[in-house]
Design a protein around this ligand. Structure first.
Ligand code: HEM
Length: 136
């Protein structure tokens, strides 16, 4: 079956940006820029963790401990976490604006999205910086 644009729900047409035009423009540019950086970070991550040098079989606590003893990989993983979360959250923010009908639904969906996103960013950041290799 071929999906055409007529099969898709029509997005909301009224303007819903609170920050004004500049915020939506910055957000548009951010999606493209973060997408480009994510291609490098995610493909690099995939290649190094899952393909190179024995791939996924060699990943264990010692491997992670060795990797995170280097500031380079800490910054790599931190950037990947923040960019993927902000990119994904901003993408879902736009989808909520486009498709949630009532203001109340938008409010609650945004609340769940921002809470889950903030929790994931904070927990992930804490794990990268407070990881203790002597736990094992
Ligand atoms: C790997 C490289 C990635 C590239 C090149 C990329 C690129 C893009 C671009 C250009 C958009 C904007 C589309 C538009 O405005 O119409 C977008 C939207 C989006 N991206 Fe990504 N992205 C990547 C990774 C991710 C990741 C890791 C996530 C999830 C964490 C994600 C979630 C989303 C979501 C939810 C949207 C909104 C979809 C929509 O507007 O229909 N993307 N992506």
């Amino acid at each position: 079956m071929t999906v055409t644009q007529h099969d898709l729900a029509v997005p909301n047409t009224r303007s819903h940006s609170r920050g004004g035009r500049n915020f939506e423009k910055t957000s548009w540019i951010f999606m493209r820029a973060s997408g480009l950086v994510l291609v490098i970070l995610v493909l690099g991550h995939l290649f190094i963790m899952n393909i190179l040098d024995g791939g996924v079989q060699r990943i264990n606590f010692a491997f992670v401990a060795g990797r995170w003893s280097s500031p380079f990989w800490q910054v790599w993983d931190l950037t990947m976490l923040w960019l993927a979360m902000l990119h994904g959250t901003n993408g879902l923010r736009v989808i909520i604006n486009d498709y949630a009908q009532s203001g109340k639904t938008q409010f609650w969906l945004r609340g769940v999205l921002y809470t889950a996103s903030a929790a994931t960013i904070i927990l992930g950041t804490l794990v990268i910086f407070t990881f203790d290799p002597n736990l094992a």
